[in-house]
Design a protein around this ligand. Structure first.
Ligand code: MUC
Ligand code: MG
Length: 382
């Protein structure tokens, strides 16, 4: 048992709603706001750690919602952590994993907060607690998803000019295949052949549509095809990976180390997009990454379009991964008009700078939190 000075005292979760800078269109939903679940773990030595769990479009993307995450943390996880040794996040999380099935987003936010607290306590950045940073900045792509090709081209060109992003992901799968291919072709022409483009179908195609679609995308020089078909169809994904030269990336299909192992055993994907929310935390993400390394599968630092707290938590993990061959997409904070932190992340020369201070290196802004929290009630209309 832990010394009395090092116990978890309280765990709380609150929802904040933040507007996006523009509509963001995915196959399954169009986002105009993001709902962040912010978790705080207060410890008996006076240190509080923070974490975040964020979904896309409520329940549109995955099986967990902001409201469900808040409930899981407050009702089920908080009592399990009360009195736990705050200096041993691994043991505290083992207890949570033993008594709570699923709920990977809630687990990720809570583990993040425990590691943030431990980092603040020891003066070490979270990546140091995960074994150490292999890189201090992460390449970050941008998703062009306004739904309008001309606007996407304009946005892409200005981001290249600003040296913020030089790789772009296009969201397809919501329109007919012919329309999607025209859309990609228009952006390819507008940005030029030198610019690396990837596509994310978010599971929208069946296998035969994927065969036709990927063949055409490969001819256009698209560099990576993400989750073209249903996440559960591993064997069909493997047939696509075997058929095409363009690398196929699993996203919704690869949540944790077990998925990473199964997909590798079936040679179902060339690349894995890992996400702390889908893996169930920072350590679980590293374990999935280790399986990818063992199998020779490339890694990509994925996002659930989190705000600063969640994106920086992911950045610490991806900094600690021995291999990150495909870079990252940790641009979530840039899609929001505002955030609940004192300082937003630094993006420079096409990369996100990984903080080197204690813990996550991110502090909440009490006024912004008070302003954006959902339970504050209606806000005055601007
Ligand atoms: C996804 O499926 O990859 C990540 C970037 C983006 O634009 O959407 C998310 C979700
Ligand atoms: Mg994806």
């Amino acid at each position: 048992t832990a010394p009395a000075s090092l116990r978890v005292d309280a765990v709380e979760a609150l929802i904040v709603d933040l507007p996006t800078i523009r509509a963001h269109q995915l196959a399954m939903t169009t986002m105009t706001k993001q709902s962040l679940v912010i978790v705080r773990v207060a410890c008996s030595d006076g240190i509080t750690g923070i974490g975040e769990a964020t979904t896309i479009g409520g329940l549109a993307y995955g099986e967990q919602s902001p409201e469900g995450i808040q409930l899981a943390v407050a009702t089920y996880i908080a009592p399990l952590l009360a009195g736990a040794d705050a200096a041993n996040p691994g043991a505290a999380m083992a207890r949570v994993h033993r008594h709570v099935q699923g709920n990977s987003y809630a687990k990720s936010a809570v583990e993040t907060a425990l590691l943030d607290a431990q980092g603040r306590r020891t003066g070490l950045p979270v990546h140091a607690l995960l074994g150490g940073a292999q890189r201090t900045a992460l390449p970050v792509l941008w998703t062009l998803a306004s739904g309008d090709a001309a606007r996407d081209v304009e946005e892409g060109l200005s981001l290249i000019e600003a040296r913020r992003h030089k790789v772009f992901k296009l969201k397809i799968g919501r329109r007919s295949l012919a329309d999607d291919l025209r859309h990609v072709q228009a952006i390819r022409r507008g940005l030029g052949d030198e610019v690396m483009l990837t596509v994310d179908v978010n599971q929208a195609w069946d296998e035969s549509t994927a065969v036709r679609g990927i063949a055409a995308l490969q001819d256009m020089g698209v560099g990576l095809v993400e989750q073209p078909i249903d996440r559960r169809q591993h064997r069909a994904l493997g047939r696509l990976a075997a058929r095409f030269d363009v690398p196929i990336m699993a996203d919704e299909a690869v949540h944790d180390a077990v998925d990473a192992f199964d997909l590798a055993a079936e040679a179902a994907a060339d690349v894995y997009a890992l996400k702390i929310s889908q893996a169930g935390g920072l350590w679980p993400t590293l374990r999935a990454a280790a399986v990818a390394d063992a199998a020779g599968v490339g890694l990509y630092g994925g996002t659930m379009l989190e705000g600063t707290v969640g994106s920086i938590a992911a950045a610490h993990v991806f900094a600690a991964c021995p291999q990150l061959r495909w870079g990252s997409e940790l641009f979530g904070p840039l899609l929001l008009t505002d955030d609940v932190v004192q300082a937003r992340p630094v993006y420079r020369d096409f990369e996100l700078q990984v903080p080197g201070g204690p813990g996550l290196g991110v502090d909440l802004d009490a006024d912004k939190l008070a302003f954006y929290r959902r339970d504050r009630g209606p806000r005055p209309v601007a």
